[in-house]
Ligand binder design. Structure first.
Ligand code: SAM
Length: 307
């Protein structure tokens, strides 16, 4: 395939950290990459349940075009290639040339013809536009440098066909924040499994979760996920806080949103901890001062008690 790297789009600097972290992250074969034959057979049994749960999330079908972005040494690239069959195609995308070399070698050894490799950039997966049914990110999103994330997600959104799906499965970080970033990038949430059950939870991170999103048409986070009312309001507040932190909302706009959210009927139950969290969050970002937050909480608890 032609080398996709010279596409004329403005680039930001390569975040060295993401590369190093990616390179140091042990995959199923350890940090130096897999031996090409034999070693995966034992792992295959162990990974069977995990593969089934991943496939239940992605739902790969024959003939589909799917990108395994941050594919590493191709742990999920090859099972996906088998699932989409000869009429389908898997793009194996990574910023680390050593990892994709391993994928390339394995393709040659196994004569795999429906995998296409893309050596991408941190803020651009360099995928062809509007051509994919799905994009899979397994243990990747938390490695994408914060400055690169908007471009990374925008590249994924543009590569998906309208309504195409984005599956994020990750053992690190904060799924709320990831969902908020995806909304800002123009995705809408279909399903969230937080935490993800049926996988061994890692000892030193916050635990596996999975989210399934769809490509929306807008970069504006206009449509909210199908959540219960309090979660919906908390999500809107969280999103407003993120926009404020990124300098996309003024303090006055954040305050106006916060007032609208916390005064909305049924926004939250002041008798539960969530009300305290919301008030504390508002105080933390300077929308309320602490005394005001405390007074509001006391008033709402009294009102709720009087009902
Ligand atoms: C922990 S590994 C996961 C590999 C693979 N997905 C798996 O489940 O075995 C993270 C991978 O993401 C890649 N990566 C990090 N930032 C990236 C970016 N902005 N775009 C594409 N790949 C990235 C790293 O090079 C690394 O190969």
């Amino acid at each position: 395939m032609p080398d996709p790297r010279p596409r004329p789009r403005p680039r930001r600097l390569l975040p060295l950290l993401a590369c190093l972290l990616g390179a140091l992250t042990p995959g199923p074969f350890g940090p130096t990459g897999p031996p090409l034959a034999g070693a995966e057979e034992g792992a295959e049994d162990l990974e069977d349940a995990e593969r089934r749960s991943i496939f239940a999330l992605i739902e790969p079908r024959q003939g589909e075009v799917i990108a395994d972005v941050g594919c590493g040494t191709g742990r999920w690239t090859f099972p996906l290639a088998r699932a989409v069959g000869a009429s389908g195609r898997i793009y194996a995308v990574d910023i680390d040339p050593r990892k994709i070399d391993v994928v390339r070698q394995r393709m040659a050894v196994e004569a795999v013809r429906n995998v296409e490799i893309i050596h991408s950039l941190p803020d651009d997966p360099m995928l062809p536009e509007a051509s994919l049914e799905a994009v899979f990110l397994n243990n990747v999103i938390d490695y994408v440098e914060r400055r690169a994330l908007a471009g990374f997600l925008e590249g994924i959104r543009l590569a998906l066909k309208p309504g195409g799906r984005l599956l994020i499965r990750d053992p690190h970080g904060n799924p709320d924040r990831v969902i908020a970033e995806c909304y800002r990038a123009g995705f809408t949430l279909i399903e969230a499994q937080i935490p993800l059950t049926g996988v061994p939870q890692p000892a030193f991170s916050s635990g596996w979760y999975a989210v399934k999103l769809r490509r929306g048409e807008s970069r504006q986070p206009a449509i909210l996920p199908r959540l219960g009312k309090p979660e919906r309001h908390r999500f809107r507040l969280h999103l407003a806080e993120e926009l404020f932190r990124e300098g996309l909302l003024t303090r006055e706009e954040l305050r106006a949103r916060w007032e609208a959210i916390q005064n909305a009927p049924g926004a939250f139950d002041p008798r539960v901890d969530e009300a305290r969290d919301l008030l504390e969050a508002a105080a933390a970002v300077g929308v309320l001062d602490e005394a005001d937050a405390g007074a509001r909480l006391a008033r709402r608890v009294a009102e709720a008690g009087a009902k």
